[in-house]
Design a protein around this ligand. Structure first.
Ligand SMILES: C[S@@+](CC[C@H](N)C(=O)[O-])C[C@H]1O[C@@H](n2cnc3c(N)ncnc32)[C@H](O)[C@@H]1O
Length: 388
């Protein structure tokens, strides 16, 4: 293996690759990790990658280094190519303990790497997903990557710098699963990268991943801390959750068991994040378990979501796991153009806007221009070019 070489995984089948999350990390991202940790570690730190694949993270640093992977072939290849690393071959999520890695209790430990992410409840590729190893009860969750973060806390690492989906931090339900980790570690620096930068993963619908640097901290971090955290996108471009306002502040996201759906009810598909909106329907005509019964006084806002779906190519990939964003005052200003576009695409709604003149044909190009101008103002420097 030459210096700074990046070896991408080539010994596993498609199914095994998905189940082990074996999408190896390129050298740019690895350099980024080492730039992040440089101010926080010295020669006395031991560097561990507990899911190291071919050991891409364990080159070009002279500290004591330890690599482990559940994948025997990966570890065989790693040990053939790198000789100053102690390699192990076990399941990093079972009997999590420093002694497994022969690390002393008082040794200063820095964990690096890119653990597998594999949400067992996600519908994407779920036909091939299976996890056939044990996970300690105290770190067991529905997502392997979240379990890995908890395993780092169990190993009592001093510094952690790993890649993981942004959704672990920004989705409240995920953040709550992280408890033992979030109570003891604090995010110091984070850069957002696209899942598209991994060979073979999620083509078509990229999702945001972060390179996150965490240090041990008795106060940990709260969800409010994350909401105000500046995630770096590129030089001089940052994103924080509190930069935007979100649709759940205006309409409900999920069906309610109290909904009494009738023949003439207006129905909408369950609202999840922006990436889900890209895949899913908006207004629907038949009742099903994903059908939300719309309160008619909120119809304008559901139309907003329907229009939003047609403009999602303006939205950068790193907002893909956020709720649908809105600037309510601006929306009120531009509302008639949204309604126009919504009624044009959903004729069944026209009866709810009896006094609204949507027939004037010159409105169509104007509406598009105005809606684009709304998105420019909403997103500012985050706007992407609309794909026609
Ligand atoms: C995203 S790859 C990262 C590999 C390497 N760190 C890199 O970035 O080039 C995830 C790795 O986690 C390993 N893995 C998955 N489940 C594991 C487990 N329970 N214990 C240890 N390793 C595991 C996979 O075999 C795979 O090599």
């Amino acid at each position: 293996m030459t210096k700074n070489s990046f070896n991408h995984q080539k010994h596993l089948s498609y199914k095994k690759t998905i189940n082990l999350g074996s999408y190896y990390t390129n050298s740019d991202h690895i350099s980024n990790v080492f730039d992040f940790i440089a101010p926080y570690i010295d020669k006395s730190f031991t560097i561990l990658d507990s899911s190291c694949g071919y050991g891409n993270f364990l080159q070009n640093i002279s500290n004591k280094k330890i690599g482990n992977d559940i994948d025997k072939i990966a570890i065989d290849i790693a040990s053939e190519n790198i000789n100053d690393v102690s390699f192990f071959n076990f399941n990093a999520l079972e009997n999590v303990n420093r002694s497994q890695y022969e690390i002393e209790k008082n040794e200063k430990l820095c964990i690096v790497g890119n653990p597998p992410y594999n949400d067992k409840t996600s519908i994407i590729r779920n036909k091939v997903k299976e996890v056939d190893f044990n996970i300690d009860d105290d770190i067991k969750t529905r997502d392997l990557g979240i379990s890995f973060l908890k395993s780092y806390a169990k190993l009592n690492a001093d510094i952690i710098c790993v890649l993981h989906p942004l959704s672990y931090l920004i989705k409240k339900a995920n953040f709550s699963l992280l408890k033992k980790f979030s109570q003891n570690y604090k995010l110091i620096k984070a850069k957002i990268i696209s899942s598209e930068s991994f060979i073979g993963s999620s083509k078509g619908m990229p999702f945001p991943i972060i390179i996150g640097l965490y240090t041990k901290n008795n106060d940990g971090m709260s969800f409010d801390y994350i909401k105000n955290f500046n995630f770096e996108i590129k030089d001089n471009l940052f994103f924080k959750i509190n930069l935007f306002d979100y649709m759940p502040n205006y309409i409900k996201k999920y069906p309610s068991k109290y909904d009494k759906i009738k023949d003439d009810s207006v129905l909408f598909w369950t609202l999840r994040d922006i990436n889900a909106l890209k895949r899913n329907k908006t207004f629907i005509h038949k009742e099903n378990q994903n059908a939300i019964l719309i309160e008619l006084d909120k119809l304008d806002y559901y139309i907003y979501v329907d229009v939003f779906k047609r403009y999602t190519s303006c939205i950068p990939y790193y907002l893909g796991n956020c709720d649908i964003i809105i600037d309510n005052n601006l929306f009120l200003e531009y509302k008639k153009y949204f309604i126009l576009d919504g009624l044009f695409h959903n004729p069944h709604l026209r009866k709810h806007y009896a006094n609204f003149d949507f027939t004037k044909s010159q409105y169509k190009p104007i509406a598009k221009k105005k809606i684009l101008s709304y998105f420019h103002k909403l997103l500012g420097e985050h706007i992407c070019k609309l794909k026609q």
